[in-house]
Design a protein around this ligand. Structure first.
Ligand code: FES
Ligand code: FES
Length: 161
């Protein structure tokens, strides 16, 4: 069966099967390997993509459920060689170690900052609560989101509120 999706702004028609997960379709059929498989159970956030404006764990979504949907993956965030300000901030803040969680963290940060230009630290922690990182201890990731807000909106978030 064939489904049609808009992926990173581009219309894609893909042959799939009823039991194919969105994560596999994105990685294997579309060749977009930024989304990662960590737990495969909706708990780690490594497979996060934005589907019709909402964060989803693509390991828990069937490809068929995404028929007609608009999907943003980490590959759609940069424009050409120019990184998105959130990606720049993660690099500058040293928020990337092994990088396995990073695509999901960056997309969760984008969703948060699209809705809240000046998130408090508590709001940042809540916004990233579906994404686990085994490397960084989270502090540099929080700092990266604050830096992102500053770059995107010119505002410094109020710390520790
Ligand atoms: S791989 Fe999907 S949430 Fe962990
Ligand atoms: S940087 Fe390694 S899991 Fe987050």
């Amino acid at each position: 069966m064939q489904i049609t999706l808009i992926v990173n702004g581009e219309k894609r028609k893909v042959e799939t099967t009823p039991d194919t997960r969105l994560l596999d379709l994105i990685r294997e059929d579309l060749g977009l390997t930024g989304a990662k498989e960590g737990c495969g159970q909706g708990e780690c956030g490594a497979c996060t993509v934005i589907m019709d404006g909402e964060l989803v764990a693509s390991c828990l979504v069937l490809a068929l459920q995404a028929d007609g949907a608009e999907i943003l993956t980490i590959e759609g965030l940069s424009s050409g060689d120019d990184l998105h300000p959130i990606q720049e901030s993660f690099v500058e803040a040293g928020a990337i170690q092994c990088g396995f969680c990073t695509p999901g963290m960056v997309l969760a940060s984008k969703k948060l900052l699209d809705e809240n230009q000046t998130p408090t630290e508590k709001e940042i922690r809540r916004g990233l609560s579906g994404n686990l990182c085994r490397c960084t201890g989270y502090e540099k990731i929080i700092e990266a989101v604050k830096l992102s807000a500053e770059k995107m909106y010119g505002e410094r978030v109020k710390a520790n509120e």
